[in-house]
Design a protein around this ligand. Structure first.
Ligand SMILES: [Zn+2]
Ligand SMILES: [Zn+2]
Length: 180
């Protein structure tokens, strides 16, 4: 397969034989657990809502992330940002579907991505589309639509979001330490 020449069959994390990740490193990939985290922003918190979320309203009804930015997950996501690795995009989309299932969020009506200038390599739109296929929902670019009565899930939002759907959810690849 031509992809094997572009992306050799070596683990992205430890370089032992494996397709993107070897079985050992794949085992180390663990989705962040929803327990012990703020319902709204997904930061670690003893209480249901963390202090910043109690003080300040957020445009997002809920936010969550897949991984801590370390170990095999870090190499996998770095590879993702380089673009055009379709099997990797499908793998990440499956992780997003799995995480949504564990979070027990309401099922979104629409999967969205923001089409900011950082999207040079089309990575996030491709990931959002792959999620839309798994969840069987339409995928749209945020700025072209508004969704007054819809539940919208945005994949990896970065820029300002100025839409007001029924409810807005966000899924990030990594847990962010900074306030958004
Ligand atoms: Zn490995
Ligand atoms: Zn919070």
């Amino acid at each position: 397969m031509i992809l094997d020449r572009i992306f050799p069959r070596l683990c992205l994390h430890c370089q032992s034989p494996g397709h993107r990740l070897c079985p050992e490193c794949l085992d180390l990939l663990e989705l962040l657990p929803p327990t012990g985290r703020c319902l709204k922003c997904f930061r670690e918190s003893q209480e249901a809502l963390c202090r910043p979320c109690r003080k300040r309203p957020s445009i997002f009804h809920r936010r969550a992330a897949l991984f801590e930015p370390e170990g095999p997950a870090l190499d996998l996501i770095s590879r993702f940002w380089k673009g055009s690795d379709l099997p990797l995009i499908d793998l990440l989309a499956s992780f997003i579907a799995l995480q949504l299932d564990r979070l027990k969020w309401e099922w979104p009506d629409v999967i969205a991505y923001d089409g900011g200038p950082f999207q040079k390599k089309n990575t996030v739109p491709a990931l959002a589309k792959a999620c839309g296929e798994i969840l069987q929902r339409p995928t749209v670019r945020l700025k072209e639509d508004d969704f007054p009565r819809k539940v919208v899930l945005v994949i990896e939002p970065r820029g300002e979001i100025a839409i007001f759907p029924k409810r807005l959810y966000a899924m990030h690849l990594f847990l962010s330490t900074q306030d958004r």
